[in-house]
Design a protein around this ligand. Structure first.
Ligand code: HSE
Length: 291
């Protein structure tokens, strides 16, 4: 059995902690034979544990502590600590591992709930489970309606990822956010997000892209941690891309553009930072898959 989970990009600018898309980069685990103890083979180096303390196995055991140990092999195209949902993909892989080995028959809603509670917000885990574009809420104190989500088709366009070599921990990137916003600013921030989501649902990429760049929740506070953000935005403006946004907590930036402008934008982004990875990605429409 193989479990495949897509990378994700959260926030889409003003959809902070709520919106996300699934992308065509994957974490795959091959489930092998039962064993004395859990073992996970991978080539990601010593920082990623190979035993029960690995996030995939830890998550699976949290879902079902009685799971019998197995040997696993993990391969991943998702860069770590770059804002592309690598830890969410591991959490989702762990939930699916427990679901299949333990024959739990979890519904999508149950998977999204479990993953959101483990991760703390739904914007990466929900699209990793459902695929495509997901808008979600996590109301921690609401007993009945804690986690809600809506999946929708993301309009067709070119998605470029500008992935710098530098890493950025989510904790550091959340650490620069304010603890309060004024009522007036929160109302504006919410209105911008509402129009961005409505425009995406309507397939109006020029308007969606414009609103993505007007975020009031987080990007301006994070800008000092991601010095390339304004330069990438400049290239996007100059080339009339639809829009760009900081992917999750950063430092990756995602650019939405038409196909005809894509190559020239890619070339300019690569010139901006020859060490950075500039990748043309597409939307993953399926979410987690088991083969
Ligand atoms: N919404 C989260 C953030 C995504 O921007 O901090 C990263 O986990």
């Amino acid at each position: 059995m193989r479990i495949r989970v897509p990378a994700t990009s959260a926030n889409l600018g003003p959809g902070f902690d709520s919106c996300g898309i699934a992308l065509s980069l994957y974490l795959t685990i091959a489930v092998k034979e039962e064993s004395e103890s859990w073992e996970i083979e991978h080539s990601l180096g010593d920082e990623i544990p190979s035993d029960e303390s690995n996030l995939i196995i830890k998550t699976a055991l949290e879902v079902l502590p009685s799971l019998k140990p197995h040997k696993l092999k993990m391969t991943s195209e998702i860069p770590l600590t770059r804002g592309l949902g690598s830890s969410s993909s591991a959490i989702v892989a762990g939930i699916e591992l427990a679901n299949r080995l333990g024959e739990l028959n979890l519904s999508t809603q149950e998977k999204v709930e479990i993953a959101t509670k483990i991760e703390g917000h739904p914007d990466n885990v929900a699209p990793a489970i459902c695929g495509d574009f997901v808008v979600a809420s996590f109301l921690e104190n609401d007993e009945k309606d804690q986690v809600k989500y809506v999946k929708h088709y993301f309009p067709e366009c070119e998605l470029l990822a500008f992935i710098p070599t530098s890493e950025l921990l989510t904790s550091e990137s959340r650490g620069v956010l304010p603890t309060t916003l004024s009522f007036k600013e929160a109302v504006q921030a919410s209105a911008i997000a509402n129009v961005m989501i409505a425009a995406l649902i309507q397939g109006n990429l020029p308007l969606a892209g414009k609103m993505m760049e007007k975020d009031h929740w987080h990007e301006k506070y994070r800008a000092r941690l991601v010095s390339h953000l304004s330069k990438v935005q400049e290239i996007c403006k100059k080339n009339q891309a639809y829009g760009s946004f900081l992917s999750g907590a950063g430092p990756t930036v995602i650019i939405l553009t038409s196909e005809e402008k894509s190559q020239s934008i890619q070339d300019q982004l690569q010139q901006l930072d020859p060490q950075a990875k500039v990748e043309a990605l597409s939307i993953d429409q399926e979410g987690v898959q088991v083969f």
